[in-house]
Design a binder for this molecule. Sequence first.
Ligand SMILES: Cc1cc2nc3c(=O)[nH]c(=O)nc-3n(C[C@H](O)[C@H](O)[C@H](O)COP(=O)(O)OP(=O)(O)OC[C@H]3O[C@@H](n4cnc5c(N)ncnc54)[C@H](O)[C@@H]3O)c2cc1C
Ligand code: FES
Length: 283
Amino acid sequence: MYKILEKKGLTINQTMYKVEAPHVAAKVQPGQFVVIRAFENGERIPVTPVRWDREAGWVDLIVLTRGKTTKRMEVELQEGGHLLDIAGPLGNPAVHFSGKKVLSIGIMTGLVETLPIAKMWKEEGNTIISLHVTPEPLVILKEEFESFSDRHVVDAYPMTETWMQDMVTHAVESTKKLIEEEKPDMVFIVGPTGVQYAVFNVVKEYGIPMEVDLHPIMVDGTGMCGACRVTVGGEVKFACVDGPAFDAYKVDFEELIKRNGFYSKQEQYAMELYLKSIQGGAQ
Ligand SMILES: Cc1cc2nc3c(=O)[nH]c(=O)nc-3n(C[C@H](O)[C@H](O)[C@H](O)COP(=O)(O)OP(=O)(O)OC[C@H]3O[C@@H](n4cnc5c(N)ncnc54)[C@H](O)[C@@H]3O)c2cc1C
Ligand code: FES
């Protein structure tokens, strides 16, 4: 059991959980993730430690409410309560280098996963241009990114009915603009796969190296179940043990987009049933 030391709503649907997890805090490196199980018989979901204190033994998780499990966490987990399991740290740490100018892009809550990585790259002697593309009500971590980035740009747009399509347009336009203005040596992106793919199609026109953190569905996070299978460079890779970061030029984005949508009906149904149950309707 892992105690929730603090729970804080950051925006309408993003929640920060400070969790006591000494075994994770002691070893986690930027780029790694954990798999948590919050409830008895509940599903396991991968999330990313965004800050940690090795001596005090805590990690911060920032979670977007998307479907049933993250909604249930938002509603039912309270400060002083517990997560049942935290497995990790898992996956490979981010790569180390110095002397480069990096355009680090976070789409919506994907920004939180870029935080420890971009901070580390800055400390290692790189120039960090960070970009956050998000509907305006979901702007987060602005001051924190401004405190270490050489330049932090927030492209926040109105949350209208077309906000998901608008995300692609804004991500593409802002990326183009920053490539023209800053001439980065490398681009890194975390966010929905469709947006990553659209941004990659821009970046490749400039021939700039690009890394993507991939988000296939994960179950065990240890290379055993095969759920997170992705095709990279024509070979089958497991994002949990071979990634989560990969060379964007080698990723089969179209296959990943299809695979990620595979359970969307079931995910929607599970969410509807949960919402009804907490409103006192169907069980
Ligand atoms: C390495 C990694 C790190 C991540 N870090 C964060 C983070 O720090 N903060 C955050 O808010 N989100 C993070 N995510 C995404 C998060 O795991 C999903 O949003 C979450 O699992 C959704 O669960 P749900 O039951 O609420 O929604 P569901 O209704 O189950 O799914 C909604 C969407 O989430 C995806 N998803 C569902 N289950 C999983 C799963 N087990 N693994 C991966 N994707 C899944 C589905 O493809 C779907 O598009 C990360 C994902 C990966 C792979
Ligand atoms: S999550 Fe099971 S193999 Fe990667």
